[in-house]
Write a protein that binds this ligand. Sequence first.
Ligand SMILES: Cc1cc2nc3c(=O)[nH]c(=O)nc-3n(C[C@H](O)[C@H](O)[C@H](O)COP(=O)(O)OP(=O)(O)OC[C@H]3O[C@@H](n4cnc5c(N)ncnc54)[C@H](O)[C@@H]3O)c2cc1C
Length: 383
Amino acid sequence: MLSGHGLFGEEHDAFRRTVRAVVQKELRPFAREWEERQEFPRALFTRFGELGFLGLKYPEEYGGSNAGELYEAVLLEELARCGSGGVSAGLGAQFTIATAPLHRYGTDAQKRRWLVPAIRGERIGALGVTEPDAGSDVAGLRTTARRDGDHYVVNGSKLYITNGVRADFVVLAVKSDPGAGHSGLSMLVVERGTPGFGVSRRLEKLGWRASDTAELHLEDCRVPVANLLGREGEGFAQIMGNFQWERLSLALGALGAADELLETSLQYVKDRHAFGKPLAAFQVLRHRLAEMATDLECARQLTYHALRLHVGGEYAIAQTSMAKKVATEMCCRMADQALQLHGGAGYMMELDIQRHWRDARLGPIGGGTSEIMNEIIAKQLGI
Ligand SMILES: Cc1cc2nc3c(=O)[nH]c(=O)nc-3n(C[C@H](O)[C@H](O)[C@H](O)COP(=O)(O)OP(=O)(O)OC[C@H]3O[C@@H](n4cnc5c(N)ncnc54)[C@H](O)[C@@H]3O)c2cc1C
């Protein structure tokens, strides 16, 4: 509804129109079917690769366009309007969390092996941090990687991994030195087909239905030392670094979804009549919409502020955590209010409101919960 507040230039606005057209023509008409099937076509990855959407922030020598993170921010907002949180989550995981560690910490050889085909959409990536017994407490993860000659022998499991079922490679957080706490973590790339690595199950979810979410197991899985990202023991810092863009991505997606919910609600109160008047004539509903718009605008300002700091090269950990918490919680409220405004229609599967309501609920959980965001913010306050 409102502009990019000076953050985005004309070139970003033009890109937004391009993405919106692709989303409306190539995703939206099929989204409900993919949600019901709980899967979207693998060909969407290659299509996004052809369009250059998977390499917006990566260098040209690896097949990216080096356009920058602001373009990816536009893509994330627009993708949230595709009619399926699962589609935006699956495609988004490829360019936000799965490939970013390869770009930031990988060698040239590693980038050519995994980043280049991922930017083309020919290979699907996933990020595997969370485990059955360790989610918020990243340093407490239990998957071990014991060095044995030119290999690591990996044992453990990963839970709730987006794209995990059909991933060709997983960027895996492991404990390479179980006695060393935070400095005992490392990141390893494990390829599909490596003996001892497999999918235990595909998980059923409340929302994000079209994305695949997996539990993975690793049993005496031998991973070449050449698949280590950066140096042994750098994993915790790498994971925390990766979280910044993941959290901004979730905030941006929440803005896109909330924007659509607000637009839909504004239209509905004009079209729907009760007691002989359009709903928009009732002050209580007009004021509710005014509050929804204000809620969205607060979250947008904070998110764009964090984004501006991030693209300016700052490690804006407090502002990013605030934006992630505020924007994702705002989107839950927005979906709930929109559902209420639509009455019985909001509860029906024909409308997208119920799907938004289910999808939005992941926002305050994934990529670090709201409670963990508060913990980070409190630490930044020195308490
Ligand atoms: C659909 C989906 C997709 C996901 N995709 C991925 C993925 O691709 N890769 C990946 O690695 N992970 C993924 N996750 C995992 C997600 O990041 C974790 O679920 C999240 O970080 C929370 O971890 P947890 O589920 O183990 O909850 P827990 O850490 O067990 O937390 C449970 C509750 O306790 C609270 N809590 C925990 N510690 C504290 C504390 N110190 N102070 C206050 N409260 C606390 C939490 O806020 C939460 O409310 C995904 C999850 C979902 C649901």
